[in-house]
Design a protein around this ligand. Structure first.
Ligand code: NDP
Length: 283
């Protein structure tokens, strides 16, 4: 009972003191969203468009990006541009940031969201895939953040990193993915300290998501887990609000934070549930 009351009080206190979101603050803001051809990134592009932002989106598939930018313009974006890029390449991350800086004249938000496709399966020692995924999901993030930082300093802007509950607690079947997300949390959590110590005006938001109903995620877990999936459009809006209100941590849906706390308090019990009840696995 004490635990439940404490969690409830902490949650209410957080809600009470959280800064209010002003949608007007996003009008005309200069935003770069990665991984925006599908899923949560695409939904973020549409929300930013409705708020009247100027957007650059990126992913690999040019044709799909073109369709997303057209929809963004019809929803009210002041500008919507795209650049096709492969985040496994060493030069594309810089190229994308430079494109956004040139076309928008600077950046207020850098939203790092893309992920490379990865199997949902037991680890079979695939080093090549793991190295590749580390490039796409981790190295490109830090390269883009570093490239955009001088402009974000000028605009007192925000770095938004889309992460996962799998960066807070380990699970089976997603070893390479989970490793890239742990790396992101380690890097951007540490960068947050350094920016604060340098009295920088750039905020960092690290967004911890539970299962979200994007096509790529659902294709993997259908029939494998009963964990509930939450809507991508709502996840996207929550991420945008976290960035706009300069929150360091977002948990969406809210109970992912409770799951994380439970794991810290009762690791043995949580591991038992993960291994025996969370997934349908018959060797
Ligand atoms: P999707 O798989 O739907 O989208 C991934 C995006 O990344 C696409 O736009 C894809 O476009 C792009 N992409 C893939 N490979 C590359 C590459 N090599 N270079 C550049 N872009 C690439 O992902 P979600 O929307 O499901 O996830 C978005 C974020 O949310 C991720 O950071 C993920 O970790 C996080 N998250 C998602 C959860 C979920 O359940 N969905 C749960 C927890 C966290 P293209 O193929 O055109 O390149």
């Amino acid at each position: 009972k004490i635990l439940i009351v404490s969690i409830l009080v902490a949650y209410l206190a957080f809600k009470w003191t959280a800064p209010r979101f002003d949608p007007e603050s996003l009008k005309g803001s200069r935003v770069l969203v990665t991984g925006a051809s599908t899923g949560i990134g695409e939904q973020m592009a549409y929300h930013y468009a409705r708020f009247g932002a100027q957007i650059v989106i990126t992913a690999r598939r040019e044709k799909v990006l073109q369709q997303v930018t057209e929809k963004c313009l019809s929803l009210g974006a002041q500008k919507a541009l795209y650049i096709a890029a492969d985040m496994a390449s060493e030069s594309d991350p810089d190229k994308v940031v430079d494109f956004a800086l040139e076309k928008l004249g600077g950046l207020d938000y850098l939203v790092l969201n893309h992920i490379g496709p990865t199997p949902f399966a037991m680890w079979e020692g695939d080093m090549e895939h793991t190295r590749w995924l580390m490039k796409v999901n981790f190295f490109s993030y830090i390269q883009m953040a570093w490239r955009a930082l001088p402009s974000l300093e000028q605009s007192e802007g925000s770095l938004v990193v889309v992460s996962s509950l799998l960066a807070k607690m380990t699970n089976p079947f997603t070893l390479p993915y989970s490793s890239t997300k742990f790396a992101l949390n380690g890097f951007f959590g540490s960068l947050h300290h350094e920016l604060a110590m340098k009295k920088s005006n750039v905020s960092i938001s690290i967004c911890t998501l539970g299962l979200i109903d994007t096509e790529s995620a659902m294709d993997k877990v259908r029939g494998v887990t009963k964990i509930p999936a939450y809507p991508a459009t709502e996840a996207a809006l929550n991420i945008i609000i976290a960035g706009a209100t300069r929150q360091l941590d977002l948990y969406y849906p809210w109970f992912t934070q409770v799951v994380h706390i439970m794991k810290e308090l009762f690791p043995w019990a949580t591991n038992y549930v993960i291994q025996n009840y969370s997934y349908n696995y018959n060797p």
